[in-house]
Design a protein around this ligand. Structure first.
Ligand SMILES: Cc1cc2nc3c(=O)[nH]c(=O)nc-3n(C[C@H](O)[C@H](O)[C@H](O)COP(=O)(O)OP(=O)(O)OC[C@H]3O[C@@H](n4cnc5c(N)ncnc54)[C@H](O)[C@@H]3O)c2cc1C
Length: 397
């Protein structure tokens, strides 16, 4: 009998964390991660806010709530062991008006259920002590929310896989999965690898790759571009840590926020604009195959019917720097449109069900020898090591 092989599609932070966990638990098994790009973390993992979330937002008992708390603890330990950046700069979730206040109180109760460490409500004076340039009538302060560098973490996971005898193979774009004699052949053009189990962690392409392996059409991935602005160096001192709005509970996105990076830069963003290509990092990127796929999905039209007003507002902010910063300035009034320059963007893989609902929780689906991570949006980078444990446990059960 051939040696046992586990294949993983995708060298983002989730696929690499899963690969690393499997090399640790099953030393006799060969782990092969295949990736279409020429390096790790090219997509979501390399285009995010770099925040290590403390678990404030998530439905108590959900996978997000459980795996974020566990993932944060594991990540902190991992960064300490490996000498990777991990800075507990803290986070304020700021209420500006009375609408915000009611939602902030609800969030506070939820964060209490999630046992977010050190979280407390602060008034305007304490807001100014923590972030002297922030506005707000009240805020939730999370002193344990941190920032890191997820590209370096993904590279470290890949090193761990190789050191344990596994492989990370680049330039391998999976275009078929065939089943024969109890094994799976995962193909990419003329290349192929035969595996006993397959784990799909393909991010923004996860529905398509899972479909190749026989998974259901739902949920479909809809790409939401998140554009960032960088604050000019003269004003970065105005943001010490992380300043967030109180999120709108109708959406899985957290709202445009001020983020200090481990490099010392400060960014504003990301917004959430429906993208015209799954890997469309610029407004002008259009992929007609992606657009056709999105337009054919019934859930897309149901979602558009419900949320078109927000969609139009986000698009306006995307085109107009003034409009973008007018909304952001409510939180830090002294940083305006003249104090930022357009920076990069990320594209979020957001799963959408057939009925038009945005899938909020992580969704991981097992079908015999194939496990598909179908929805792993934020805080999946924070949670990566815990998602890896969850997938590895499921394979053992
Ligand atoms: C703008 C933005 C801000 C965010 N901020 C945060 C944050 O602050 N904190 C946090 O915890 N999370 C954040 N997230 C979420 C986090 O980045 C993602 O949840 C996480 O990176 C998902 O990792 P992944 O491995 O599933 O996906 P990805 O990093 O997208 O990796 C998927 C990989 O699969 C590969 N692939 C796809 N198709 C194929 C194929 N056919 N064959 C081979 N390979 C394939 C891709 O090339 C890619 O490398 C943010 C995301 C975005 C976009």
């Amino acid at each position: 009998m051939a040696d046992e092989v586990i294949g993983i599609v995708g060298a983002g932070i989730v696929g690499l964390a899963v690969g690393r966990e499997l090399t640790r638990r099953r030393p006799g098994v060969k782990v092969v991660v295949v990736e279409k790009e020429d390096r790790v973390a090219v997509h979501q993992t390399g285009h995010n806010s770099g925040v290590v979330h403390a678990g404030i937002y998530y439905q108590p008992g959900s996978l997000k709530a459980r795996l974020c708390t566990r993932g944060k603890a594991l990540l902190e330990e991992y960064c300490a062991e490996r000498g990777l950046p991990y800075d507990e700069c803290g986070k304020l979730v700021v209420a500006i008006g009375s609408d915000d206040l009611a939602r902030m109180e609800a969030l506070h109760a939820r964060a209490g259920d999630n046992a977010v460490p050190g979280l407390r409500r602060v008034g305007p004076e304490e807001i100014r002590e923590i972030e002297p340039h922030a506005a707000g009538v009240a805020a939730l302060y999370s002193p344990k929310t941190a920032i890191t560098d997820y590209v370096r973490i993904a590279e470290a996971y890949a090193d761990d896989i190789r050191a344990a005898g596994g492989e990370v193979r680049f330039g391998f774009e999976v275009d078929r999965v065939d089943k024969a004699n109890g094994r799976l052949t995962v193909g990419a053009g003329p290349s192929a690898v035969t595996v006993d189990e397959l784990i799909v962690c393909a991010g923004i392409q996860s529905d398509l790759v899972a479909g190749l392996a026989g998974d259901t059409a739902a949920p479909r991935i809809v790409p939401f571009r998140g554009e960032y602005m960088t604050v000019v160096p003269e004003k970065t001192f105005m943001v010490r840590g992380l300043i967030y709005p109180v999120p709108d509970p109708r959406y899985p996105f957290l709202g445009v926020h001020y983020t200090r990076r481990v490099s010392g830069d400060v960014e504003v963003g990301p917004n959430a604009v429906l993208a015209t290509a799954r890997e469309g990092y610029k407004r002008t990127d259009v992929n007609f195959r992606d657009l056709y796929g999105i337009a054919r999905w019934p859930g897309m039209w149901r979602m558009a019917g419900k949320h078109w007003r927000t969609g139009v507002r986000e698009m306006y902010g995307s085109f107009s720097k003034n409009a973008y910063m007018r909304a952001a300035m409510r939180y830090v009034p002294e940083i305006g449109a003249a104090d930022v320059v357009r920076a990069g963007a990320g594209v979020r893989a957001q799963a959408l069900d057939r009925d038009g609902s945005l899938v909020d929780d992580f969704r991981i689906h097992r079908m015999g020898p194939v496990t598909a991570v179908r929805n792993a949006p934020s805080p999946a980078a924070t949670s990566s090591l815990a998602i890896a444990e969850y997938v590895a446990d499921a394979l053992e059960s």
